[in-house]
Design a protein around this ligand. Structure first.
Ligand code: TRP
Ligand code: ZN
Length: 880
């Protein structure tokens, strides 16, 4: 840590800026270690007080000169501090010229201007621009940007920035320049610069009003043939936003640049998106179906930001979910429309439960709109993004398709070109929908924690009434102990024995505006609903479609769950019933002695019926065959025995695999099909079902199954089949995996994206040999700790390998702590992500706690620890 404890910034302290910047003209003279930056800004003071100083942000900059209205500024008119440059005695309106120097090559934090391989690129969200030049680096300061980039013509033939190119030419000494102008005013976080000797893929898109847009994807030379899916996804996104929201692209050119060293997925810089190459590059033999889907989702996400994020941006960073929650919602809907809706929903909910629910229940939990932060980068979280999207989805549920569209139209009508708040968004939604009342709904923005719905029902056969009692509670979270009740939709169905829905008719005066759609509005801590004309005792199907991001507590017999699994009209709940059966089974195991483990016959049979149900869509069936991930299972326990949860899950898988071996093999064979490779939903579904079957079979650990895996591995013509077979060999046959592991390395060592899979899958193996193996892997030539994808492949996967991370010797805790401390000096953003692995501390068994505490304290005590890592680890350390 720096000299003093880092201090938080609070939402309640927000004040509008004293100065605005109307325009900024930038000139860059590119150099690996000494890039010169010349900035000319037109500023206007917004307050009356002539003594108001101008406090510019600036970090890691070498100041060369300052001029005001053309005059060099005397030293007594400014002060330079570590993170600020303050100017005094300023006119009301003036031109400010600043010259400074930066060192892109040394910038391993990948924040500001840096080099990824031989490419200059930038990352400015949220606060990277201050590492390029002195500026009012906050999103409510929006300026018009122009950029002149000067660089060596051989090394950097391509020079890019936001907007349209307006000038270019050759210069002395083998240099050249290009000038870019962005006609839209924007905050500095959307600024971008790229320079390199890049491969280029071009296409065009004609918008709904007939304008032709130039589309370009830039990548490392040699990768041009891997850009097709990203380009197709871009065109599909553009069409989808026109069809769904009437939103058309607004510049004449749209560029995507793929780089290997990038802290996150991608960045929506105006007209010049910069992407982690993992979300651009794909070819049949190098990319799995998940990679293809990830590309589609992220390309869509960044494209959709052009309206939800760029045209309307955030007033301050506390509003992050304004653009992220909404844009995630939009990309989820896009992917649902392009593929299979229920399957997409199930996957999104699985992601929410596996990451966001865990975050929400731990020491780093926060509302989707946090009220304070130390380091903003720590708040690009599953909560702000994924729970934020669920909150938008609930609004969409309340308002309906048309109402939501009207609300979106109103949002753009009122706020286009502005930096606004989440209240502004709700205001637009409300006024476009007969002043829909969001007063109570706003609790979702200010309260953290996953609400729990306790549901009890009783059936009165004479009255033919069903009484439903719903109580909501929300656990204490770091920001508050006591919570106000939430307004939420609850999808509900009453299933008759023939599988049909019994119509919902309420007794008494309830204002339930969406009852006919099968939706109850919940608003109270506890409420009772009496349904009449219920002529048989029904089976309850609740939270259909997962309309609200909550946990359900309800007694449900295995027989009823099996019935729902086979018969519900809501596909999500058919999936869900199977998951509950699996969870309850595993919970039972963990609470008893291993010698007594056996699977309930009803569950076994339900699983069997699932396998033989030929009416189901392949990808849906594959998901229903899954057993919940360990991170979801852990949530059932106050104290987690990681090894036992793992063993219980394995036992369940092994039992299923031996009981249904024949059915799995049969299904596997029937889905083999060697036709033309396609990445459409039916083909992805077929591969998914096939590989899920192989995964299940593989749990038998029989030699003949290993042979099938090896055969698939050796003959695969696509990465989906190749990597799933390799995974099975590594996980289920660790003693016999070396040949396949080495073969894969030899085949793919020159493809870093494929090597990332290779590292990750080995680091995820629960086997005890994994510890030694990761130490070997980090010495291989394909590994480089300064490339976030590679660091994450190894250490992200290892820290989510619960058996190994929580190894009883404590060696897992120590190893990850060593790597975090080392990386924190280079890339604090990535270090602080990995250090989140320690957040289970409070739920550990006593012996484990002691071991982990030692490492938490060691990290916390590290000299010069970054703000990023400090904020996370201090919250974990404070969670006793
Ligand atoms: N706004 C980006 C998105 O959601 C994410 C982002 C924020 C980001 N900070 C970043 C990406 C830093 C890379 C690096 O699409
Ligand atoms: Zn985003």
């Amino acid at each position: 840590m720096k000299d003093a404890t880092p201090q938080p910034i609070y939402l309640k302290d927000y004040v509008a800026p004293d100065y605005l910047i109307k325009t900024i003209d930038l000139v860059f003279e590119l150099d690996d270690t000494r890039t010169q930056v010349y900035s000319t800004m037109k500023l206007i003071r917004q307050v009356d007080n002539t003594n108001t100083s101008l406090k510019l942000n600036g970090e890691n900059l070498i100041l060369k000169s300052i001029k005001i209205d053309g005059e060099l500024l005397a030293e007594d008119r400014y002060e330079e501090e570590e993170e600020f440059l303050t100017l005094h005695h300023l006119p009301q309106e003036f031109t400010l010229e600043i010259h400074n120097e930066i060192n892109p090559e040394e910038n391993k934090a990948l924040d500001g201007l840096y080099k990824s391989g031989n490419i200059f690129c930038s990352q400015n969200e949220p606060e990277g621009f201050r590492r390029i030049t002195y500026y009012l680096d906050r999103p409510d300061v929006m300026a018009k940007f122009t950029t002149k980039i000067i660089g060596d013509k051989k090394l950097y033939p391509i020079l890019l920035s936001n907007g349209n190119p307006i000038d270019s030419g050759d210069l002395e000494g083998g240099k050249h320049f290009v000038t870019w102008e962005d006609p839209f005013k924007k905050p500095a976080y959307l600024y971008a610069l790229v320079a390199g000797d890049l491969g280029e893929v071009k296409d065009t898109y004609t918008t709904m009003s007939g304008r032709e847009i130039d589309l370009r994807i830039y990548c490392d030379k040699g990768n041009e043939d891997k850009c097709g899916h990203a380009m197709l996804s871009l065109k599909n996104s553009m069409k989808w936003d026109e069809d769904t929201f009437g939103l058309e692209y607004d510049l004449d050119i749209y560029m995507i640049v793929a780089v290997d060293s990038f802290n996150m997925g991608a960045m929506e810089n105006k007209g010049l998106n910069i992407f982690n190459s993992a979300y651009v590059l794909a070819k049949q033999d190098t990319a799995s179906d998940n990679d293809y889907l990830g590309i589609e989702g992220v390309v869509g996400h960044e494209y959709f930001h052009n309206w939800t994020g760029n045209r309307i941006t955030c007033r301050d960073w506390f509003q992050l979910t304004l653009k992220e929650g909404l844009t995630v919602y939009r990309d989820q809907e896009f992917s649902a429309d392009m593929n299979q809706r229920t399957v997409k929903r199930i996957e999104d909910v699985a992601g929410l439960r596996g990451h966001q629910f865990v975050e929400d229940a731990g020491p780093t939990g926060h509302p989707i709109k946090p009220s304070s932060y130390i380091e903003m980068n720590n708040f690009y979280t599953a909560t702000v993004y994924e729970k934020g999207s669920e909150v938008i989805r609930m609004i969409r549920t309340f308002l309906g398709k048309e109402g939501f569209r009207k609300g979106m139209d109103k949002y753009f009508e009122l706020f286009d070109g502005q930096a606004v708040t989440t209240e502004d968004f709700l205001h637009a939604m409300s006024v476009a929908n007969n002043n829909f009342d969001f007063t109570q709904f706003k609790n979702w923005y200010s309260q953290a924690g996953t609400p729990v719905l306790k549901i009890e029902s009783s059936y009165h056969s004479e009255k033919q009434e069903l009484t439903l009692k719903v109580s909501q509670s929300c656990p204490a979270t770091p920001e508050a102990d006591i919570k106000k009740p939430f307004h939420m939709p609850l999808g509900l169905g009453l299933l008759a024995r023939d599988g049909q829905d019994i119509p919902l008719v309420l007794n008494g005066n309830h204002s339930q505006p969406q009852l006919e759609e099968g939706i109850l509005h919940l608003t109270k801590k506890s409420e009772e609903f009496v349904f009449k004309n219920v002529n048989e005792s029904p089976i309850l199907s609740v939270n259909r479609g997962f309309m609200a991001p909550v946990k359900i507590e309800m007694e449900q017999s295995f027989a009823n769950l099996a019935f729902i699994m086979a018969n519900d009209n809501d596909e999500f709940n058919r999936f869900e019933a199977g998951q509950i059966l699996a969870k309850e089974t595993i919970k039972g195991f963990v609470e008893t002695d291993k010698t007594e483990w056996s699977i309930d016959a009803i569950y076994l049979e339900a699983y069997g019926s699932l396998l033989s149900d030929e009416t189901l869509d392949d990808s849906f069936k594959a998901l229903c065959m899954e057993i919940p991930e360990e991170s979801i299972l852990h949530q059932m326990f106050d104290v987690i025995d990681f090894q036992k949860v793992h063993d219980a899950r394995e036992f369940l898988l092994n039992t299923l695999s031996s009981k249904y071996e024949k059915a799995f093999i049969h299904l596997y064979e029937s889905k083999k099909d060697e036709g033309e490779f396609k990445v459409d939903a039916p083909s992805i579904g077929r591969r998914s079902l096939k590989n899920t079957c192989l995964r299940r079979m593989s749990a038998t650990q029989k030699d003949e199954i290993l042979a099938i895996c090896e055969q698939q591995f050796n003959n695969a013509t696509n990465m989906t089949d190749e990597i799933s077979a390799l995974g099975n060999i590594i996980f289920d046959f660790p003693q016999k995996a070396a040949t396949a592991v080495n073969k894969f390395y030899q085949k793919w060592k020159h493809e870093t994206l494929v090597m990332q899979k290779w590292l990750g899958i080995q680091a995820a193996a629960a086997d005890d040999s994994t510890y030694e193996r990761v130490l070997e892997l980090e010495k291989t030539d394909v590994y480089d700790k300064t490339v976030p994808n590679l660091f994450r492949s190894l250490w992200g996967a290892f820290s989510r390998n619960y058996v190994q991370f929580h190894h009883p010797t404590g060696r897992g805790y120590k190893l990850v702590a060593d790597r975090v401390i080392e990386l924190d000096k280079l890339n604090p953003q990535i270090a602080s992500r990995i250090v989140g692995a320690y957040r289970d501390y409070k739920k550990l068994m006593p012996g484990q706690k002691t071991l982990m505490k030692t490492e938490i304290d060691r990290i916390l005590g590290t000299k010069d620890l970054s703000k990023n890592t400090y904020e996370i680890i201090s919250k974990i350390a404070g969670d006793q």
